[in-house]
Design a protein around this ligand. Structure first.
Ligand SMILES: NC(=O)c1ccc[n+]([C@@H]2O[C@H](COP(=O)([O-])OP(=O)(O)OC[C@H]3O[C@@H](n4cnc5c(N)ncnc54)[C@H](O)[C@@H]3O)[C@@H](O)[C@H]2O)c1
Length: 311
């Protein structure tokens, strides 16, 4: 890897813990800062040689530790990661998704950090798309949740604050990420909820008619995009998805065949504010990063099922 020291905010979370694991394999020195809002110590406590601070990233103690660690790269993955909670408690969302990250940016600008990688959200920073799969140029409309507003605003702050500094940014608009260790309450929790329920012989609930679509990307593919995007000095704004549209009903039938569950889901009324279609065009990321997803749904869900069975 092109760098020696990486700060991973949110490193005890789902995606963050996979990233930390991969960085350690390449002998990168890692500092994790995580306040355990949704993260778990058990996600990383078996990893050796990682420095961990369980605290808000915007606390004085964290900012001081970050200054001392003096990272080459910051992977900013920490977030209040639930759209539903952001609607119930916008102030909490603002605190963790905008206010504290701005303090982090201010601090990093004073250090030797050369790269800021931000996990933004392709499915929430804009409204219902006109073009499917949606490219970085096709985004339209306004976010429908405080979570989406904060992610979009932080994109603007990053571009503004970093422009004349010695640091570049990679803003990655992630699709719906899934894989082992995912909290079922997160953005793509549907995958872990359905898999967990079917393996327990329980009925999954589908909100709406199940024809709403999403773009599901396996966590390993996201980690490789995060790392590749950290190794360039260019400022990047990229969609990280699969360009493949999958309806909830299709998802149910794939998980059914892999878990051998034989029931039918329970259909409930559609939830307000949910996008009908969301799929990201990944052509720009493929070209800019020389990256592409290696997991299709069958392979990814099989790994998820194997993980559930070992848990
Ligand atoms: N999972 C997805 O499908 C998806 C899609 C788009 C974007 N993202 C973004 O990717 C990132 C990682 O998501 P995830 O799915 O791993 O979620 P996660 O909830 O598992 O991880 C977020 C981590 O951030 C920590 N955290 C929250 N606020 C913090 C703060 N103020 N200071 C320090 N730590 C804090 C949490 O404890 C948690 O460990 C988030 O920024 C999320 O918004 C995720």
């Amino acid at each position: 890897m092109k760098f020696e020291k990486a700060l991973v905010t949110g490193g005890a979370g789902f995606i963050g813990s996979h990233l930390v694991e991969e960085l350690l394999k390449h002998n990168v020195k890692v500092l994790v800062v995580d306040n355990l809002l949704t993260g778990k110590k058990s996600n990383i406590d078996k990893l050796d040689n990682v420095e961990v601070l369980y605290d808000d990233l915007g606390s004085d103690a964290s900012l001081m530790a970050i200054e001392t660690f003096n990272p080459d790269v910051c992977f900013h993955l920490a977030a209040q990661s639930s759209v539903v909670i952001s609607v119930e408690d916008p102030l909490l969302d603002f605190e963790h998704n905008l206010l504290q990250p701005i303090k982090l940016l201010q601090k990093l600008i004073q250090t030797d950090c050369k790269k800021f990688v931000f996990s933004s959200s392709g499915g929430t920073i804009f409204g219902e798309p006109d073009v499917i799969p949606t490219s970085e140029k096709d985004y339209a409309g306004e976010p429908a949740s405080p979570y989406g507003v904060a992610k979009k605003k932080l994109n603007d702050f990053i571009k503004l604050m970093v422009q004349d500094e010695n640091m570049s940014y990679s803003i990655l608009n992630l699709a719906n990420v899934y894989g082992p260790r995912q909290d079922p309450h997160g953005e793509a929790g549907v995958m872990s909820i359905f898999t967990g329920r079917m393996l327990n012989n329980e009925t999954p609930i589908v909100y709406g008619d199940g024809n709403q679509t999403r773009d599901y990307i396996f966590v390993t593919d996201v980690v490789s995009a995060l790392i590749k995007s950290s190794e360039t000095d260019d400022n990047l704004f990229l969609n990280i998805g699969t360009s493949t549209e999958t309806s909830v009903n299709e998802l149910v039938s794939i998980i059914k065949s892999i878990t051998s569950w034989e029931g039918e889901p329970d259909y409930k009324p559609q939830r307000e504010g949910e996008l009908l279609r969301s799929v990201l065009n990944n052509e720009k990321a493929k070209k800019s990063l020389n990256w592409e997803p290696e997991y299709n749904l069958n392979k990814g869900i099989q790994e998820l099922v194997d993980w559930f069975k070992n848990e």
